[in-house]
Write a protein that binds this ligand. Structure first.
Ligand code: 1CP
Length: 378
């Protein structure tokens, strides 16, 4: 039973209206990895607690989730729960450590299909993803209360291909040669495992909504490592299943897909029932909007028989935050104008980086507010 009736009333619903394609008074804005290492208050907490301990403690995860909302009071229009995409592989039995300066490192990556049954526990009797990841649900419920309706809260997952890539590779990678070798060598087992991850992900997303998440994002961070043909084979069918199931279970919860580096697949993503498509910075917003609009011609999803609005999220190059404030303002203004006044949620084209200056993020957030207010009122 969803808890939503018990939560404080949402004061700022700008994100939710924009995600439905409604005309809004200004463009909502939030940032991927907005709760993270560029913030001194986050680094102070991390100096005392291990990464997964923060994820597993609803109190600590709530605190980090709310940190950017407090710091940029009135400038951010969404919060994202502090967690990681790797909590699913961890719940499936994989041993993962977050190594400072290196990122996630798996103790025993999957090297051959026999490792699947040796290491993974999700098909064992009594396994429940809801039990394993209850700590995420508890953090969401607590954060939603602590936000007190100031902004809505995102839940998220990593897309099946991106999680599989980590599970085989055992860490981030420049070439993904281990993970891709698997695809060619063991296609049958690859699809079976992708299916398992997909089913757990669907349950986990629904659980997050029941716990209080008001919108959801699917991060396919390594989508760009596949080409068009392999994305269609190993990523798209699972993204489709996730979107279809979520829209069947909670049609009113906005669902975003971020397939980084995969704008070759924009047309295919456009016809899946995601509400928002998040873009990285390597595609021009005008071109993206045209392509999505064209792909949707003749495709009806809306129960009323109407074509779905094109809502895009993004896409300022995160490294522009290293530039001087006047350049950040100029490039943000250009971005806002290119996306237009409706069907846009402002964001960076990828996450905040550890060496970003928090004050430069403030310049970006203020510029989105100023420029989009001008545009929406003109
Ligand atoms: O030492 C630290 O404190 C670790 C830094 C860190 C943080 C702050 C990691 C390790 N994860 C996170 C939080 C996180 N990760 C969030 C929290 C909410 C927010 O966005 O503010 C989210 C949504 C993620 C999602 C995530 N984790 C992604 C998808 C988004 C993306 O950036 O592409 C990925 C790929 C990960 C894996 C991961 N976790 C952490 C690192 C350093 C990485 C990437 C490593 C690599 O390049 O392989």
């Amino acid at each position: 039973m969803p808890h939503s009736v018990e939560f404080p009333e949402l004061v700022n619903d700008l994100y939710l209206r924009a995600a439905r394609g409604e005309k809004v008074e200004r463009t909502p804005v939030w940032c991927m990895r907005q709760a993270g290492r560029y913030l001194p208050e986050f680094r102070a907490m991390r100096a005392e607690h291990n990464f997964f301990k923060v994820c597993r403690s609803p109190e600590l995860a709530t605190e980090v989730t709310v940190q950017p909302i407090d710091r940029y009071e009135g400038l951010l229009d969404a919060a994202i729960i502090f967690s990681d995409i790797l909590v699913i592989p961890q719940a499936m039995g994989m041993d993962i450590e977050m190594v400072p300066g290196k990122g996630p490192v798996f103790g025993h990556p999957l090297r051959t299909p026999s490792d699947i049954e040796a290491f993974l526990v999700d098909t064992k009797p009594g396994f429940s993803i809801d039990v394993e990841l209850k700590y995420v649900y508890d953090a969401i419920t607590m954060a939603r209360h602590r936000l007190a309706g100031r902004v809505p809260l995102f839940g998220f997952i990593g897309a099946p291909w991106t999680l599989l890539a980590y599970m085989i590779e055992g860490s981030g990678s420049k070439t993904f040669s281990q993970a891709k070798r698997w695809l060619w060598k063991y296609p049958k087992q690859t699809h079976q495992l992708l299916e398992r991850i997909t089913n757990l992900s669907i349950r986990f997303l629904i659980g997050q909504v029941n716990a209080g998440a008001q919108m959801l994002q699917v991060f396919d961070s390594w989508a760009g490592e596949l080409g068009p043909q392999d994305f269609s084979t190993f990523a798209l069918p699972y993204l489709k299943k996730i979107a279809e199931e979520l829209k069947a279970h909670c049609p009113d919860v906005p669902l975003t897909v971020f397939a980084k580096g995969a704008h070759y697949a924009l047309e295919e993503l456009a016809v899946l029932p995601f509400d928002v498509i998040s873009l990285d910075w390597t595609i021009d917003p005008v071109e993206a909007r045209k392509r999505v609009q064209k792909a949707r011609e003749g495709v009806e999803y809306n129960a009323a028989g109407r074509r779905r609005p094109v809502v895009l999220q993004g896409n300022l190059d995160p490294t522009i935050l290293f530039a001087d404030p006047e350049i950040i303002r100029l490039r943000t203004k250009e971005m806002i104008e290119k996306f237009g006044s409706t069907g846009h949620i402002a964001n960076l084209g990828h996450g905040m980086m550890p060496d970003h200056d928090p004050e430069h993020l403030r310049v970006f957030l203020e510029s989105v507010k100023d420029e989009s207010t001008k545009l929406c009122c003109s």
